[in-house]
Design a protein around this ligand. Structure first.
Ligand code: KIV
Length: 273
């Protein structure tokens, strides 16, 4: 009998992800932002679908994740949830909705859960946002952490380069990972850090570490859907593997359609009433 969750049609829960880590089964995660793509990704057997604030980049064309609003994230999450039967759906809390005041963080997290029906929220940061994480968890809302390269802090970092190469930053990341576990987060993303560091964290904590650009010692992997499908050709970091070349496929199909319309080849007799 296969132990792979892809063959298991039961709904993925936070508890089940922790159990997968315990059993040594890797966790497959991907972003999605709309109903149709979420449905395809879920049917393929994805364990976790993240409604990432990368929607700001790939859906809205912004340079950073900072401009996307809570209303826009709720809109995307609501569409994704409608297409998903099996995967756990996690929604990013956008920049400015949880860093300032933990009471506001809680009411914003409640809005996400009530209005989108996502099953968990993700927040970027460690000790600095402890109060917000605690308050959200107290309300029974599952929280996923996010450490390493945290794109909402791009103006502080000044670059999307690999994080935590120096000992002091690496030790802070390890301490933050332990803190997130102690607070009760069910998992965390670790983005763009040395593989040895991410593997160390995955060994030291009992909750799943989902890596992006963090090597294969993590408990699972996540990519941005547009990047791995080759829709977004302008972004080619070392860690990215492209599984399709949709840019060319879509371009070819659309060019053919334009030609067919111009040449009165479409619609033909069978394609009309
Ligand atoms: O917003 C996002 O897509 C993310 C992933 C890169 C983890 O946070």
């Amino acid at each position: 009998m296969s132990t792979n969750t892809v063959d298991d049609k039961r709904k993925v829960t936070t508890a089940r992800l922790i159990e997968m880590k315990r059993r040594g089964e890797k966790i497959a995660c991907l972003t999605a932002y709309d109903y149709s793509m979420a449905k395809l990704i879920d049917q393929a057997g994805m364990d976790l679908i993240l409604v990432g604030d990368s929607a700001s980049n790939v859906m809205a064309g912004n340079m950073t994740t900072l401009p996307i609003t809570l209303d826009q994230m709720i809109y995307h999450a609501k569409s994704v949830v409608k297409g998903v039967n099996r995967a756990l759906v996690v929604c990013d809390m956008p920049f400015g909705t949880y860093q300032g005041n933990s009471k506001e963080a809680l009411s914003n997290a409640i809005r996400i859960m009530k209005e989108s029906h996502a099953e968990a929220v993700k927040l970027e940061g460690g000790a600095e946002i402890r109060e917000s994480i605690e308050r959200i968890l107290c309300a029974g809302i599952p929280v996923m952490g996010h450490l390493g390269l945290t794109p909402q802090s791009i103006n502080k970092f000044g670059t999307y380069a690999v994080r935590a190469k120096e000992e002091a930053e690496a030790e802070k990341l390890v301490a933050d990972a332990h803190l997130l576990e102690e607070l009760g987060c069910f998992a965390m993303v670790i983005e763009k850090v040395p593989a040895t560091l991410a593997a160390r964290v995955a060994k030291e904590v009992s909750i799943p570490i989902i890596g992006i650009g963090a090597g294969n010692g993590c408990d699972g992997q996540i990519l941005v859907m547009h990047d791995m499908l080759g829709i977004n050709q302008g972004f080619s970091p070392k860690f990215l593997r492209r599984y399709a070349d949709l840019d060319n496929i879509i371009n070819g199909a659309v060019s053919q359609y334009i030609d067919d319309v111009k040449n009165v080849d479409f619609p033909n007799e069978k394609e009309q009433y």
